[in-house]
Design a protein around this ligand. Structure first.
Ligand code: AMP
Ligand code: MG
Length: 421
């Protein structure tokens, strides 16, 4: 990556000494937000994507008993011949869930199915394909190891183990683990309530005819989608026109109902002043300039007890600032510790250009190359109003503040989107 400015471009309009960088802004936000404390105990089926509020210990061994990993014959390891062959008599059959309450003597074995409880006197399972059976006699060779094909009690989860710590966001596998321990319920933090509205006189809601000079409001729909993935309670407050009384009433209503309020539009320089005025009047809100592209302006603060995020109106800027700042903040409020976006380092198939001075979140496409590895390409036009760039993309390509050109084949930092696969 080169740090030089390309001929004809200037970094003067990019570099702002008063701007915060992305890391600083995220740190300030995460230092401010507080995790919820209220908890609820709910059936595990409803706990997917919820955040555990307490640690979970297993009260049983999983599996609870020694059992067979194969369909075959349970024998004592002492009966494996050291050379040649050995013959054992089959004295019974163990199906999964149907244990045999007998002790197997030397020279004996039982037919056993996968998951069947290993009977007393045996410790080894020989796969059925590896023996010859004639009537009630099996013949086995020397090529077997003592203890093979057996699952030990507690080899997955041992009784008394702390299986989960508080702050874990439950995945489908976790829900299965809770079930395997016999837990019907989980104690999780309550859902965060998030209110959001769009501001702007030019905005028309879907279902209405588009007036002259109007555009359809798309931000509320992208926000709705991004928030649904976080499993929060949504309070959609619609479009609020650039009108002092209506804006003020909307802020008052949102802060009463919600833990978080997100607005889009109205935070750039030159916006109708009463949006800022209202925010300043109602709470402690900072208007930040962030050294990033897209998404330079961001308002952040508290109104009453509510965390407020004023995102820029441009559709791509609103999404980028949501992913970089709002999502980590909401995840932290949900009770999760590790919330910063995750990266891959991938080679770029395209050369990439930017002006030095701001961290850039270009929209990219992670693809499989001819060797089966991952590479990234650009999706093309990168304007902050080009929402189709977000739609085509499956990742952000994060280009550092000072970089200006990235050549084909160089490594870049890539932030994959949720649901990429
Ligand atoms: P603003 O941040 O309010 O100055 O808006 C910046 C640009 O984004 C303007 O072109 C707006 O028309 C556009 N914009 C603002 N809000 C929305 C929205 N909810 N949906 C789509 N475009 C919007
Ligand atoms: Mg506006």
């Amino acid at each position: 990556m080169q740090n030089k400015t390309s001929p004809g471009s200037t970094c003067c309009d990019e570099f702002d000494p008063n701007a915060l960088n992305v890391e600083q802004a995220r740190k300030k936000i995460l230092e401010t937000v507080k995790s919820v404390v209220d908890v609820e105990t709910i059936p595990i089926r409803e706990a997917l994507n919820r955040v555990l509020a307490e640690s979970v210990k297993s009260t049983i061994n999983v599996p609870p008993h020694i059992n067979s990993a194969m369909d075959g014959y349970a024998i004592s390891g002492m009966d494996i011949p050291t050379t040649g062959e050995n013959k054992l008599s089959v004295v019974g059959t163990v199906m999964a869930g149907r244990p045999l309450d007998i002790t197997i003597a030397a020279g004996e074995c039982v037919r056993i199915m996968t998951g069947g409880k290993i009977p007393a006197g045996t410790d080894t399972v020989i796969m059925q394909e590896h023996v010859q059976r004639e009537a009630e006699i099996i013949t086995l060779s020397a090529s077997h190891a003592v203890g093979q094909n057996v699952r030990q009690a507690g080899e997955d989860l041992a009784k008394g183990d702390t299986v989960f710590q508080p702050g874990r966001r439950l995945t489908p596998a976790d829900i299965g683990m809770l079930a395997s321990m016999g837990n019907a319920k989980a104690t999780v933090f309550r859902k965060i309530k998030v209110a959001f509205f769009s501001t702007g006189d030019e905005l028309c809601s879907v279902g209405q005819p588009l007036g002259d000079g109007q555009i359809y409001d798309s931000n509320r729909y992208t926000l709705d989608g991004m928030l649904r993935r976080l499993d929060v309670e949504l309070i959609d407050m619609g479009v609020i026109p650039d009108n002092r009384e209506l804006i003020e009433a909307a802020f008052a209503e949102a802060t009463e109902k919600a833990d978080v309020l997100i607005t889009t539009g109205g935070v750039s320089v030159g916006e109708a002043d009463f949006v800022k005025e209202t925010l300043e009047k109602l709470g402690q809100v900072g208007f930040w300039k962030i050294a990033m592209k897209p998404g330079r302006p961001l308002a952040f603060g508290q109104i009453e007890g509510c965390q407020f995020f004023g995102l820029p109106g441009n559709p791509v800027s609103a999404m980028v600032t949501f992913y970089q700042f709002v999502q980590p903040a909401i995840l932290r409020m949900m009770g999760i510790e590790d919330v910063a976006p995750k990266f891959l380092l991938l080679k770029t198939k395209d050369s990439l250009k930017k002006r030095p001075g701001r961290l850039e979140f270009q929209r990219g496409m992670i693809e499989t190359d001819e060797n089966g590895g991952m590479v990234v390409s650009s999706v093309g036009a990168q304007g902050s109003g080009i929402l189709s760039s977000m739609s085509k993309a499956n990742c952000f390509i994060e280009l550092p503040l000072e970089c200006s050109v990235v050549e084909v084949g160089e490594y870049v930092k890539v932030q994959p989107f949720a649901g990429m696969i």
